[in-house]
Design a binder for this molecule. Structure first.
Ligand code: ACO
Length: 236
């Protein structure tokens, strides 16, 4: 089994897994929005045991986690959100969901500086609740009444990620921050930013934060309540 970043070409297969496993479904553009805006946050589990017969044979995607960063957090705290997670019935209880979640949480913290990650889960979803609360360490923040389109309540859950963000990884590994070289500067823009970076380094300055998402005009695609608002296809 291979756990890797979600590629745009995976989207139809992820969409199929989502429709098979959950009643909260989304348009293709919403998946693409996740993949293009926060490419390190969403992952797929691919069954690589099945040999690829032709170059056009699609990967067998047996699980996914679709995640994003909250663009305008109401509490003002930079955080991630799990939009959707599922694993095909044939591949459950193998630890795939746990691995997908951990990969995503790590990327949210290390790449996007998330302080915590949030999600919603149906109060009746015992399996997911056990995964989130007992295996991963999420805490229930509150119950959101009638959150889902069919009237079911949701647990709104949160998990702190500061231990990952501050350099201590899932396995206690703090090496990623110092990995250093990401390759040569490319073109005139690359050269300019390289010079700027070395100047900042000389002055002992910090990395500069840049605006992403809404600031670049893609905010209109953001959906607040994945189960009820415009992007949802609503196959209930
Ligand atoms: N019953 C009780 N506990 C469970 C179950 C279950 N059926 N499934 C997982 N767990 C708990 C266990 O503690 C398990 O550890 P263990 O196997 O050592 O006992 C732990 O979670 C980790 O299990 P994984 O093997 O990583 O979980 P799996 O890959 O089977 O996927 C998932 C779990 C995603 C909940 C799967 O059952 C599924 O796809 N369900 C349908 C879709 C769904 O409910 N998705 C979550 C919706 S909420 C959201 O999307 C934000």
């Amino acid at each position: 089994m291979d756990i890797r970043v979600l590629h745009p070409s995976d989207i139809p297969h992820v969409q199929l897994a989502n429709i098979t496993n959950l009643p909260e479904n989304y348009f293709c553009k919403y998946y693409l929005y996740h993949a293009m805006s926060w490419p390190q946050s969403s992952y797929v589990a691919v069954d690589v045991s099945r040999p690829q017969k032709t170059p056009y044979d699609p990967p067998k995607i047996v699980g996914y986690v679709l995640a994003k960063m909250e663009e305008e957090p109401t509490d003002g705290v930079q955080h991630g959100h799990i939009t959707s997670l599922s694993v095909m019935r044939t591949h459950r209880r193998l630890g795939l969901a746990e691995k997908l979640m951990r990969q995503s949480q790590r990327a949210m913290a290390k790449t996007f500086g998330a302080q915590y990650v949030s999600l919603h889960v149906r109060v009746s979803n015992t399996a997911a609740l056990r995964l989130y609360r007992d295996t991963l360490g999420f805490k229930v923040e509150k119950i959101e009444a009638k959150y889902y389109a069919d009237g079911e309540d949701a647990y709104s859950m949160k998990m702190d990620l500061t231990h990952l963000r501050d350099g201590v990884g899932i396995d206690g590994d703090s090496s990623d921050e110092e990995d250093g070289d990401e390759g040569e500067a490319v073109g005139s823009v690359g050269k300019a930013s390289e010079a700027e970076a070395s100047e900042t380094k000389k002055k002992g300055g910090k990395k500069r934060k840049v605006k992403v998402g809404r600031g670049l005009g893609v905010g209109e695609l953001v959906e607040r309540n994945e189960s009820q608002k415009a992007e949802s296809v609503g196959l209930h």
